[in-house]
Design a protein around this ligand. Sequence first.
Ligand code: ADP
Ligand code: MG
Length: 626
Amino acid sequence: MEKKQFQAESKRLLEMMVHSIYSQKEIFLRELISNASDAIDKIYYKALTDENISFNQEDYFIKIVPNKEARTLTIQDTGIGMTKEELEDNLGVIAKSGSLAFKKEIDMQDGQEIIGQFGVGFYSSFMVADKVTVYTRSLYSDEGFKWESDGVEGYTIESYDKPEVGTEIVIQLKENADEENYDEFLDDYQLQNLIKKYSDFIRYPIKMDLTEKHPQEDNEEEMVEVTEEKTINSMVPIWRKNKQELNDEDYEGFYQEKRFGFDKPLSHLHISVDGMVRFQSILYIPEQLPFNYYSQDFEKGLELYSNGVLIMDKCADLLPDHFSFIRGIVDSEDLSLNISREILQQDRQVKLIAKNIEKKIKNHLQSMLKNDREKYETFYKTFGRQIKYGVYADFGANKDSLKDLLLFHSSSENKLVSLKEYVERMPEEQEHIYYATGESHERIEKLPQTELVKDKGYEILYFTDEVDEFAIRMLINYDDKDFKNVSSGDLDLEDEETKQEAEKQKEEHKDLLTEMKEILGDKVKDVRLSTRLKSHPVCLSAEGEVSIEMEKVLRQMPDNQNIEATKVLEINNKHDIFNALVHAHESDKEKVKLYTNILYNQALLIEGLPIEDPVALTNDMCKVMV
Ligand code: ADP
Ligand code: MG
């Protein structure tokens, strides 16, 4: 038996490995399985060029064997094995990768399948092990060897009689300590989970002997234990399969298997890109909102694989916020990984992939809107708000690419319409795109401000989502048509004659209007005769940047309590109440005050704004009655 010390640098590296490179202990299994897969791949690549080597797929597998009594976990493979020199080189020197050398030797192209490259993965086993023993025999040697190390001082090597080519790694698990439990690596169920999580798409079968209880054949009451060797991994990732070979059920199955949601996916996309950066991806639009979607703990992101091996559970950088509801996976052979293979070295590739994905999702939604309107509307009812946030967010950076995905309820169509549809059927003389805001369609229908616009025969978009108006303000216009809130002060829809008549009336009732304004003080900027009201007595309109609906939204946010719309009280001078006002103005100042206050409060109510002093209002109303 030969005893060897690790080199000084190796010792330090080993310390570091065990304590800081990996964020999770369970990663060790992924690393050892990756090595086993690499070892089998090497025979496969050799066989391609050496006719003396045969490669029968059935002979190659990886086996995981836990032993609870001995507290060992064995990872066995039928790969290429190691000679004594290779053992010393590859396992005796940390950060030396036999696999990297192999790739260079056979001059593999970029995008190779072999996973190893850093020469540190093996040592991750010391995160969970007191001792690691490697039994191996190389394809090129008649002799087998046993390598053993406690991971601290050094290792031993001795001859070992191993009949078959391949490698067996036995991990002596550490004892459980206060917070650390190593027993999970002996548990069949946990091991299966880990294999599924990290190594599901290793191309060779990963097997385990699993014991199940079955009722006995002749006596159903009695249970017998049956042990069977089972393959745990699915091997060929669904995203590597040909789209033509897959049907909706396959995609749904994968969605469920991955636990992307408890619902069914509404739609999926399968992408394979062979450009500046190569990647495959399967993306899903869920049917339902993830249960924690609007809570703090929701995390967006896609699963990221490098060559079929899971690197990240949720890579957030792959998805823009406005598509944060998308679930799915990305697999790329072009990622540069850091040494722990957990984080990306640089995000250039991820940025390229993310950009590509964003475009693909957008196009997918656009074609859904065009070809399957019903489905799109289902999508939009659930996730439309996110698209609107997308238009608004980042100072409108994405507004142009998202604007054609927007839908709003239309007054004339009584269904959701796109901005394009709205603009296409605008009458020639109509200059603006009109919208009205409110809590519900029913409430907006009753808004006095919509009367004139509707009378003109113009379509109005109903905004019931808080974000709607913010998004539209960010857009400013669509197809060169400005958006106009029907409640804004300057609707500018009246013909010349009406305008002149209005001017005349204004002059005539100047005193009354000034008096009303004085009664209301700072609550309104002005009191005016309305040109838009038809049957309603009063309404509020807003001047300037902040609309009344926006004021409502902003007030709910902690920092914006003081933001208010500049309000104007509009009075309908064709309504009977106006005559009453004029009459009161001539005879009874108290009545003017009473009426003005009631009318102002009515306008607030119609807008859905809070009444400042409900008691005063009810008292005023009683005064009118008696
Ligand atoms: P990497 O896989 O990045 O090269 P590792 O530390 O995981 O680094 O492994 C170091 C080297 O040890 C590998 O490159 C390979 O040459 C050798 N090796 C590890 N495990 C096995 C195995 N099961 N069969 C054959 N060779 C192995
Ligand atoms: Mg490795």
